[in-house]
Design a protein around this ligand. Structure first.
Ligand SMILES: C[S@@+](CC[C@H](N)C(=O)[O-])C[C@H]1O[C@@H](n2cnc3c(N)ncnc32)[C@H](O)[C@@H]1O
Length: 335
């Protein structure tokens, strides 16, 4: 038998695809409702029983489902919130994005290794032109962002301590996961998502779903073409700086500094590499994914604090959540 790290690396390709298939075809949702055999699950969902049983055996081997002595499969208690479609940490759209978005672009790694990223990307469309190429890819991406963003946002809002903030502008705020959490926690707050025009309809859906009309606005715009960002006493950048190079981050944070009220603050919410960059594993993987899907990389807390300081923000603090997305805050001092 291969050593465990090699087994995981070699066969992990199957785990990602099987995870996505089981989510897409409602297998996890079915098992969340109660334990069932492979045959019962296949019959209930109209799936091929032989194929489904093989999928379930892979999921069991990767410890993503468990099986009782009557051959009935179920979800491990600690994984149910992530696997069940109704769970508050459901990762289905993220697994779809890994298979349909990220994996589809991984083929470029070979060319990146031999020719370098710049030379290869010169002939390609810009990252968000690819991501927003069709309504399907747009929804899949924005759903994935919501899924990896909404649950942790409540914690990030608490860490950010927004009590004195009047107007939050979420730069590249997508369909509004962070703004929705902030507005629910702070009844006196108003918020604006500033993002590409394609995002508008998806933000409107969430605005209606959470009854936030009048408090959550959309400002369509392109943060590269626009000379200035909308003004606010709090500007947020969630998973934005990791899409771009250091120089581009400097440009965005300089605009944020000009748009920020005196005494206001900027929130950078990101995965963080450990000092020494030995992990966490998800950050190491997504750092490569940023290389393939965008122009960015993941950074240590210290690197974000340095970027904030260079842009003129002071009193930088790192506030870690219990999940993958953390907060680095910088303040614009009063003159
Ligand atoms: C990785 S997503 C992050 C979404 C969200 N802030 C979060 O924390 O999950 C990057 C966001 O930046 C937006 N974006 C990309 N390029 C942009 C541009 N030039 N101007 C404004 N927004 C942009 C995308 O539409 C997308 O919503």
């Amino acid at each position: 038998m291969l050593p465990r790290p090699l087994t995981n690396a070699l066969y992990g390709l199957y785990a990602t695809h099987v995870l996505h298939m089981a989510d897409r075809h409602g297998v996890f949702a079915h098992l969340a409702a109660g334990p069932a055999t492979a045959a019962e699950t296949a019959a209930a969902l109209g799936l091929d029983p032989d194929t489904l049983e093989r999928l379930l055996l892979v999921l069991e081997a990767f410890e993503l489902v468990e099986r009782d002595d009557r051959n009935r499969y179920g979800l491990p208690t600690e994984l149910a919130p992530y696997l069940d479609r109704g769970g508050d940490r459901h990762i289905g759209a993220m697994s779809a994005h890994m298979v349909n978005g990220a994996a589809a672009q991984l083929g470029r790694l070979d060319a990146y290794l031999t020719r370098g990223k710049a030379g290869v990307d010169a002939d390609l469309p810009a990252p968000f032109d690819v991501i927003y190429a069709t309504p399907e890819s747009t929804r899949e991406f924005l759903d994935a962002m919501w899924q990896i963003g909404f649950d942790v946002s409540a914690e990030l809002v608490r860490l950010a301590d927004l009590g004195g903030v009047r107007h939050l502008v979420d730069v590249g705020g997508a369909s509004g996961a962070f703004c929705v959490s902030a507005l629910r926690a702070h009844p006196g707050l108003a918020a604006t998502v500033y993002d590409l025009p394609q995002v508008g309809p998806y933000l409107a859906e969430r605005t209606e779903e959470y009854g936030l009309a009048g408090r959550l606005e959309f400002a369509p715009g392109d943060f590269f073409r626009a000379a200035e960002l909308p003004e606010a006493d709090c500007l947020a950048f969630g998973y934005i700086l990791s899409d771009w190079t250091d120089d581009t981050c400097r440009e965005l944070l300089a605009k944020a500094h000009r748009a920020c009220a005196d005494g206001g603050r900027v929130l950078v919410m990101e995965r963080l590499f450990d000092e020494g960059r030995r992990g966490p594993l998800a950050t190491s993987v997504m750092n490569l994914s940023m290389h393939v899907e965008t122009e960015g990389r993941h950074r240590t807390a210290g690197e974000y604090a340095d970027l904030l300081s260079e842009a003129g923000f002071g009193d930088c603090r790192v506030l870690r959540s219990s999940q993958d997305k953390h907060l680095v805050v910088g303040y614009k001092t009063r003159p």
